[in-house]
Design a protein around this ligand. Sequence first.
Ligand SMILES: [Fe+2]
Ligand SMILES: [Fe+2]
Length: 315
Amino acid sequence: MRFVGEKIDASIDAYLKPVETNWQPADFLPDTTRETFLDEVKQLRESTRELSYDYVAVLVGDTITEEALPTYESWLMDMEGVNQAEPNSWTRWIRSWTAEENRHGDLLNKFLYLSGRVNMRAMEVSTQYLIADGFDIGTGRDPYRNFIYTSFQELATNVSHRRTATLAKQAGCVQLSKICGVIASDELRHAKAYKAFVSQILEVDPTGMMLAFEDMMRKKIVMPAHFLRETGVKISETFSHFSDAAQRLGVYTTMDYIEIAESLLVDWNIESVNDLSDAGQRARDYLMALPGRLRRVAERTKVPMLEYPFSWIAA
Ligand SMILES: [Fe+2]
Ligand SMILES: [Fe+2]
């Protein structure tokens, strides 16, 4: 952590944007101070009419996931090598990353509120539950495992926000398409940063990093909202309905999971990492064979076609 942390200022400059010039949620929402505000809201509401039931449900799930940012920040702050009481480079990274991420939930939440398509109270209950329930992503306090997780997760959110952008455009909702698009591009920048941290660690501790990667993939990368729930619905049940809806829409699918894993193998050049212990070599072999194996399993699994009535959807 000290080794990677030494170059953190360069990473902040390379992968995060200065606050003053960064986009803010207000840039993509009707301006309440303008005379035209109510007309703009009316247009916004009309523009969301063609968004499908599953689409709105997935967008709500995405929003709640973004809104649980306190869980993610506190988790990262607790990594070995990070100490809030003695601010070092890593606390700077985590705070700056959090500050960028915080705009995502903020923007999506306000948009959904104005859209009139969402039962806001039900969504807020789910958000409060998710933050209260926390998560267990199987990384412990280990930075290696955490950086594998965040690399994967930022790519997964890039895919899903990118797809919701495309679908919004197809449904004639240009504003929402822009919103999902700018969020997706943040996620991609963040993914690049976490992938760079992993690459740097691979240089100095290939075996340690390889074992961490293997361990995370064996456990499977769980989504940060895996404890998602609604009032009166059992924990984890809501999440599977949300994830089924995302599969049905093609917003985030099992194939995406496999393709992300594959892209990480390529980006980190896992095949050619040498200087490994015996266990490290076995981990590398396991990882290289994984996408093929997952593909065979994926071909056999079916996505439930049935729409689930989410408490979040108003109309
Ligand atoms: Fe985000
Ligand atoms: Fe993110």
